[in-house]
Design a protein around this ligand. Structure first.
Ligand SMILES: Cc1cc2nc3c(=O)[nH]c(=O)nc-3n(C[C@H](O)[C@H](O)[C@H](O)COP(=O)(O)O)c2cc1C
Length: 190
């Protein structure tokens, strides 16, 4: 089962990368084949043409690489910080470049913030966007408060609470991954 973890922050002092490593490691420990798509390592211009608008083989290299990962993924975990109660522009920009790659696959939201609310306001915005993109999100959200203090640089949780809570989140996501995959094998309406 292939999972793409999508994380978006290009800030030099970004903190959410620790939450991204945390979920990547946890998914790998559960046996998933995980690829991290990090906007800073995969810089895209502000949207001009979507991937689908390029003739075959003519998309820029980074876009082609991301397309391949998304295309092969069975589902997505979107790791999002909260910028002024909404989605970081670089993350939204990355999501907007693609479309059919997401169709009929589930997603799961890891939201985070520096404060106590764990990015719950961005999670609500993100849910609407992910549904529009054809990768509706699972019911449970994984919010992380004080992201800067919650994990070490490798993504190891500094609070045992996160290790416990993530198990149910992944089990729920896994159920949707398998259910959707089974149904995709039968066929999709478009
Ligand atoms: C432009 C900007 C807007 C922010 N707006 C919010 C916000 O609305 N709510 C919040 O809880 N934190 C907000 N923060 C604090 C972020 O939660 C915190 O800086 C977090 O580490 C950002 O993610 P990143 O480090 O991965 O870029 C904001 C930070 C930035 C840079």
């Amino acid at each position: 089962m292939n999972v793409a973890v999508i994380y978006g922050s290009n800030r030099s002092n970004r903190q959410g990368i620790k939450a991204a490593y945390f979920i990547v490691n946890k998914l790998r420990n559960k046996g998933f084949n995980v690829t991290l798509i990090d906007t800073k390592q995969n810089e895209l211009p502000f949207l001009d043409k979507m991937y689908k608008e390029y003739p075959k083989g003519k998309a820029p290299e980074t876009m082609e690489k991301i397309h391949q990962i998304l295309e092969q993924a069975d589902g997505f975990v979107v790791v999002s910080g909260e910028y002024n109660h909404s989605i970081p522009a670089v993350l939204k920009n990355l999501l907007d470049h693609f479309q059919q790659e997401y169709y009929f696959k589930p997603s799961a939201i890891v939201s985070y913030s520096a404060g106590t609310f764990g990015g719950m306001r961005v999670a609500v915005h993100l849910r609407a966007v992910l549904a529009e993109l054809g990768m509706s999100s699972i019911p449970t959200i994984f919010p992380v408060s004080a992201v800067q203090d919650s994990f070490d640089e490798t993504g190891k949780a500094l609070n045992e609470f996160y290790n416990k809570r993530v198990q149910r989140f992944i089990d729920e996501f896994k159920w949707y991954l398998f259910a959707y995959k089974k149904q995709r094998a039968i066929g999709v309406p478009y």
